[in-house]
Design a protein around this ligand. Sequence first.
Ligand code: GUN
Length: 283
Amino acid sequence: MTARIIDGKALSDSIKADVAQRVEALRGRGIVPGLAVVLVGGDPASQVYVRNKAAACEKAGLHSQVIRLDADITQQQLLDVVQQLNQDPAVHGILVQLPLPKHLDSAQVIEAIAADKDVDGFHVSNAGLLMTGRPLFQPCTPYGIMKMLESEGVDLWGAEAVVVGASNIVGKPMAMLMLAKGATVTLCNSKTRDLGAQTRRADVLVVATGKPDMITGDMIKPGAVVIDVGINRKADGKLTGDVEFASASKVAGAITPVPGGVGPMTIAMLLVNTIEAAERAAQ
Ligand code: GUN
């Protein structure tokens, strides 16, 4: 069997085109939706992500502002920047790029973001709303994955869904969103014994571990839908996911590529969350 490739790039393009229309409508009412991205320090991967997010905003007609801060900024200085953005009516969405330098307390910084501008959906009140089935903002990566599953016609009702990686950014919200759609969800972490025994049960397998090629074809149920969140750079400079594509694509029914799978969807959903924030503010 050769898996169908789930084209995240194509789906993200159609979502971004829809956002662009909504931006037009708001602009027609004199409102320019705005996203502020805060980048602390010079982490090379974060710089690329932030550049891509800003470029996607501009392309869809949203205003984006990137606030670059020195790596040695104090916690209080960073909190002051967030506070100013909270109060700025031209800023509808605020995103603080993670990870922050080690001396900073990311949890406290995220809690300082106004919950109705928290387009990442990381604030505790947004995490709580998601957990209780009343999300205000869905975290962009899991949200994008739900859109991909929907566009692939995957029925989660009663399905076995297995998530590998239990981060606040991806794994935990992913589990909640699939649970809300009726899946039986198993959330694995780095301590899970016999990971393959868990992953082989999955009708839908989402992998977000940051460990290159960790899931191999023998760990996948034939016909499963496999979503690879990982973006890892190999020694030869090429990108690879957390799933070994060559072996996995022989077993899976459908699989996301890296690049061109989850990555573009994450950015598209950031735009969706930002336009939603701006539309709510305009009500
Ligand atoms: N770092 C890696 N992914 C993300 C994300 O989705 N949002 C933010 N703010 N930082 C990240």
